[in-house]
Design a protein around this ligand. Structure first.
Ligand code: AAT
Length: 292
């Protein structure tokens, strides 16, 4: 029986490494874009790793996928057209599917191997692809958004990897401009936004780009995800000019949505109280992340 530990180092997190005990390596291959690894851990269930960075574990994926999805979708009335950038594991699709107002779910994931691996090893996430409203586009989201019709989406969820490798351009201004263009007036963006403990500068940069690009509100929220570096992950929420969006007070509360709580499996992390709490920021973040 393997008693190995895997250590994850990456230039994104200089001076620290994270380790998880490996029971068994289930898959390891290089795709066209990155190294894809799946292993069975002893405490967190199966783990998906891309280029040495943990993307999700079965035990705590609920926190990330539920928050990145319901923070934006519960902040607007009756979302209909939704776009997911990245998210090839299908977990965000699974969460969007709880919203019966949604009619179309486009997803643009660059790496087909992530989708195939998820279907094989993470059926609880990949089940998201089975929803008939899902349209899968395999390709680079930068290219996809250049050609997206103006004003098409009510909400866009950027569930992308860290800005090393294929996701590098996804934190740059031209990409945010195409996101804003693809949203309807008063439409919302929720973007994965790193750790407030480790990446204040990156967060500051993203926030100032978003203030220039989105003319509505720009807010930062966070949640606990034990297997991400420093144990937290942030979300940047933005709205385009139009009907104002008050992200801190969800007007489309999940508890009142028909079928949302019974859909396939229970929510494990998200509820309206967690939604409101996610926007409360530690004093150092308020100070350092200006313009909030
Ligand atoms: N759902 C939780 C896991 C992710 S997955 C991020 C996905 O974004 C990966 O499948 C990756 O292949 C995809 N991706 C990366 N770049 C692009 C691109 N340019 N276009 C489309 N898809 C892309 C996120 C984990 C966050 C980890 C935090 N440390």
């Amino acid at each position: 029986k393997a008693q190995k530990e895997l250590y994850f180092h990456n230039p994104m997190w200089p001076g620290e490494a994270h380790s998880l005990k490996v029971e068994k390596i289930l898959f390891k291959e290089k795709s066209e874009y990155q190294e894809v690894l799946v292993f069975e851990s002893s405490i967190y269930g199966k783990v998906l790793v891309l280029d040495g960075i943990v993307q999700l574990t079965e035990k705590d994926e609920c926190a990330y996928q539920e928050m990145i999805t319901h923070l934006p979708l519960c902040s607007i009335e009756s979302p209909k057209n939704v776009l997911v950038v990245g998210g090839g594991d299908g977990g965000v699709l699974r969460e969007i599917a709880r919203h019966s107002s949604v009619e179309l779910i486009d997803i643009c994931e660059i790496d087909k191997m992530v989708i195939d691996v998820s279907k094989k090893f993470f059926p609880e996430l990949a089940i998201g692809f089975e929803d008939p409203r899902v349209r899968l586009h395999v390709g680079d989201a930068v290219e996809f958004l250049r050609h997206a019709p103006e004003g098409k989406y009510d909400a866009i969820i950027v569930d992308s990897s860290d800005p090393v490798g294929p996701a590098q351009e996804l934190v740059e201004k031209p990409f945010f401009e195409t996101l804003a263009r693809a949203l309807r007036p008063g439409g919302v963006l929720c973007n994965m936004a790193e750790s407030m403990w480790l990446h204040t500068h990156l967060i500051q940069d993203m926030i100032s780009i978003c203030h220039e690009t989105f003319k509505g509100s720009v807010q930062y929220a966070w949640a606990s995800v034990p297997t991400y570096p420093s144990g937290v992950i942030g979300f940047l929420l933005c709205s385009t000019e139009g009907p104002p969006v008050d992200f801190m007070h969800p007007i489309n509360p999940i508890e009142k949505l028909e079928g949302a709580l019974q859909h396939r499996r229970e929510l494990r992390f998200y509820n309206s109280e967690m939604h409101k709490a996610a926007f409360c920021l530690p004093s150092f973040v308020k100070r350092e992340v200006k313009a909030l």
